[in-house]
Design a protein around this ligand. Structure first.
Ligand code: ADE
Length: 354
C-alpha cells in the first residue's frame, strides 16, 4: 500500500500532465477567489457538474461576495437554491457567511481550524478551499477521490468507514507535489469523473495505469469496497391540491420537518389516513366536497422515497381563517418562493399555474 517516493512522484507528474491537457473548462476553475471556490465546492457536493453550472453562475451574480450573502434573507437564498436539493447546504452557507462577516470582516480564513468551525464545512470542503484557493497542501477526499485512490493503492477495506477515509487522505497528502495542491486535487477528481468511473473504468486511456494496483491485479470492478448502504424508507402520501382563481393552496413546512421552512402542499401519510377527505377537511379548515385523483409521482431522498398521489378537491369557503402555515399562493408568485423539487413535481403533474 505504501508507495515509494519515486513511483509517487512519477504518478503525480503523469496525472498533472494529463490534467493540464484534458481538464474541463468549468466556471469555478477560472477563479482563484476563495469565496467563489467555497460556493462551488458546496454546490458540487452530491450534485452533478452540469446541474451546478447554471446555479453557480446565477448565485454569484446575486451574491457576489461574503457580505452580500451574509446580508441576504434566508428565504431569498433558498429560492436561489431551489431545485439543487440538500437545502441545509444553503442554510449553512448563509450562517457561515454571517460568521465570516462578523469574525473575519468578510475575508475567508485560510487556516484549517478556522474553516472547520464554520457550519457546513467538513474535512472535504476545508481541504478543497485550502488547496484550490490558497494552494495549501491539504487533501480533498470526495467520492471520486476515494474511488481513484483506493484503486491505485489496492485498498480493499470498506471506504465508508472513517479509517478508510483517513488512510486515503494520508496517501493523497503524500502525493501532492509542492505548491500544486489545488491542481493535484482537482486532477484526482477529474480522473474520477472522466476515466476512473464507478463501472467499466476506461483504464486503457488512464495516464497512471502503470502505477495502479487495481489495474495490475485486474480488480478495478471490486474496488472500492463499499458496505451496502441502508435502502431508503418508502413512504406513501396523499397530497392535496386546492385551486382558487389564479392561486393554489400551499403549506409552509414546519422547521423540524424534512424540507422544513420551505413551501409544499398539505399531505397525509396514506397508511395513517383511511379517510383523506375528512382528514384533509380537519387539516385545512375548508369544506371539502369531492376528490379527484390526479396521478402519482415519486421523489427519492437519501433516506426516504416518497410516493405522492395528488388529489384535487372541490371545496367551499367557510368563515374560518386558514390555519397557520397555509396560504393561497398566486401562480405568478411561485417562482419567487422556495419550493423544493419534490413539490415542483406535483406542480408539474397537476399543471398548476398553466
Ligand atoms: N467536484 C467537486 N469539486 C470539484 C471541482 N473543483 N471540479 C470538478 N468537480 C468537482
Amino acid at each position: 500500500l505504501n508507495m515509494n517516493k519515486n513511483s509517487g512522484q512519477n504518478l503525480s507528474s503523469l496525472l498533472l500532465d494529463w490534467y493540464q491537457e484534458n481538464k474541463r473548462d468549468l466556471p469555478w476553475r477560472r477563479s482563484k477567489d476563495p469565496y467563489s471556490i467555497w460556493i462551488s465546492e458546496i454546490m458540487l457536493q452530491q450534485t452533478r457538474v452540469e446541474t451546478v453550472i447554471p446555479y453557480y453562475t446565477r448565485f454569484l451574480q446575486d451574491y457576489p461576495n461574503v457580505r452580500a450573502l451574509a446580508e441576504a434573507g434566508e428565504e431569498e437564498i433558498l429560492t436561489s437554491w431551489k431545485g439543487l436539493g440538500y437545502y441545509s447546504r444553503a442554510r449553512n452557507l448563509h450562517r457561515a457567511a454571517q460568521m465570516i462577516q462578523e469574525k473575519y470582516q468578510g475575508i475567508i480564513p485560510n487556516a484549517y481550524e478556522d474553516l472547520r468551525l464554520l457550519p457546513g464545512i467538513g474535512d472535504y470542503t476545508a481541504g478543497a478551499v485550502l488547496s484550490i484557493a490558497f494552494n495549501l497542501s491539504f487533501p480533498a477526499v470526495d467520492g471520486n477521490v476515494l474511488r481513484v485512490v483506493s484503486r491505485i493503492a489496492g485498498w480493499e477495506e470498506d471506504i465508508r468507514d472513517a479509517m478508510g477515509r483517513e488512510k486515503i487522505g494520508h496517501i493523497v497528502s503524500g502525493l501532492i507535489p509542492p505548491g500544486r495542491a489545488g491542481e493535484f486535487n482537482q486532477a484526482l477528481m477529474e480522473l474520477g469523473a472522466e476515466l476512473c468511473i464507478p463501472k467499466n473504468p476506461l483504464c486503457t486511456d488512464c495516464p497512471i495505469r502503470s502505477c495502479c494496483s487495481a489495474m495490475s491485479t485486474g480488480r478495478q470492478s471490486c474496488i472500492p469496497v463499499k458496505k451496502q448502504a441502508k435502502s431508503p424508507v418508502p413512504l406513501e402520501y396523499w397530497v392535496a391540491v386546492l385551486r382558487r382563481d389564479k392561486s393554489v393552496l400551499m403549506q409552509y413546512r414546519d422547521q423540524t420537518a424534512l424540507l422544513g421552512r420551505m413551501w409544499g402542499f398539505p399531505m397525509l401519510i396514506k397508511m395513517l389516513s383511511a379517510e383523506p377527505l375528512n382528514e384533509f377537511t380537519q387539516q385545512i379548515g375548508l369544506e371539502l366536497r369531492e376528490m379527484r385523483r390526479l396521478g402519482e409521482t415519486k421523489h427519492v431522498f437519501t433516506h426516504q422515497v416518497w410516493r405522492m398521489e395528488a388529489i384535487e378537491f372541490i371545496w367551499e369557503e367557510t368563515q374560518n381563517e386558514l390555519p397557520k402555515g397555509l396560504a393561497w399562493i398566486p401562480f405568478d408568485k411561485m417562482d419567487h418562493i422556495p419550493i423544493p423539487r419534490a413539490f415542483q413535481k406535483i406542480i408539474k403533474l397537476c399543471d398548476i399555474g398553466v
